[in-house]
Design a protein around this ligand. Structure first.
Ligand code: MLT
Length: 332
């Protein structure tokens, strides 16, 4: 950008920033932050696994903050539309984003990403780690994972795999699955795994890799075929379910992690208050019990901090960047 335009763009942004700081400054001086509802943006469809975590977390955090946290589902482009929205939102302490591994995979997956996860956000902290499950529609022929492996290798071209778009963990898990099996499925993208699971339940797609925060109730109600969990070890919430690694996919591991972000420039006082509310929620028995029932594990205290999230994000950007570039998967 020629310097004159860069200067103009910068000066145009100043009033917005100054006004939001002024507004926050007044509220903070009176000790009233937050003095109206806070928006928590979810990058995927309502009712899905990220939404489930966001709504339970928001309900618990709002008890500490004394203000409601309103969940806003902004779907599209594998979660990148929501991240772009929050990166560009006023840094006034009233807009936050909850996102998962997709925040770290986006820079390698999207060549024209309109934000940088490492420089365009303020970090609040991590929340919970969530295993994934590999599910088939109820009447898919294979009865277990070894049978599914054989079926997928012989019928890969006939298998429809649902996901939530490029950058979703369901896509990441599906990509690793096809690579491990040496099979190529037809992928069917949805705005989140809530509609993807509805399609699986309705028999419109064959397979879905999805988080336990959405799938456990459907597994317990026997509405789907469960082929395995994606963690290296079995999980407490589904103790009789073999891991994919146990069933023959050596080293197969996908674990989902969640972080809470704000636009860069959000006042440190707001970040500190929201972080305190986050840490209180991660000790709140209502929230923790729900997460445990849904297979999720609260992160250790060292990850519940802004620094803990930032350091983890950098590690994940480096890790997935290498894997994705090697796989040659990207959107222009
Ligand atoms: C969702 O909330 O729909 C999921 O997290 C999407 C995904 O990443 O698979």
């Amino acid at each position: 950008m020629p310097p004159i335009f860069a200067r103009a763009a910068k000066s145009a942004a100043w009033p917005v920033l100054a006004l939001s700081c002024l507004a926050f400054g007044n509220a903070s001086a009176q000790g009233t932050y937050p003095n109206h509802p806070i928006s928590l943006v979810v990058p995927f469809a309502a009712g899905g696994p990220t939404d489930v975590v966001a709504r339970s977390l928001g309900a618990s955090m709002s008890k500490t903050l004394g203000q409601s946290i309103v969940v806003e589902n902004r779907t599209g482009a594998g979660g990148t539309l929501a991240s772009t929205h929050v990166a560009r939102a006023a840094p006034d302490g009233y807009t936050f984003l909850i996102h998962h591994n997709g925040m770290a995979t986006a820079p390698a997956l999207y060549r024209k990403l309109p934000f940088n996860p490492l420089t365009d956000f303020a970090y609040v902290g991590q929340v919970a780690d969530v295993p994934m499950t590999l599910l088939g529609r109820k009447d898919l022929p294979p009865g277990d994972m070894p049978a599914f492996i054989k079926y997928a290798r012989e019928n890969g071209d006939k298998v429809n795999l649902a996901n939530a778009g490029l950058g979703a963990v369901s896509q990441l898990c599906g990509m690793l699955l096809q690579e491990s099996l040496g099979a190529q499925f037809t992928t069917v993208p949805y705005a989140g795994t809530a509609p993807a699971l509805t399609a699986l339940l309705g028999g419109q797609v064959d397979v879905l890799c999805d988080q336990t925060t959405q799938t456990i109730p459907h597994i317990k109600a026997d509405r789907v075929k469960l082929y395995g969990v994606t963690t290296l070890d079995r999980i407490q919430a589904l103790p009789d379910t073999p891991t994919l690694q146990e069933s023959g996919l050596k080293g197969f591991e996908v674990k989902v992690w969640h972080g809470v972000y704000a636009p860069k420039g959000t006042p440190p006082e707001a970040i500190a208050k929201v972080n305190a509310a986050l840490r209180a929620a991660l000790k709140d028995p209502v929230f923790t019990q729900k997460m445990t029932e849904l297979g999720a594990e609260i992160v250790p205290e060292s990850k519940q901090t802004p620094e803990g999230l930032q350091t983890w994000l950098q590690t994940e950007v480096d890790k997935w960047g290498g894997i994705i570039r090697k796989a040659g998967v990207y959107a222009d």
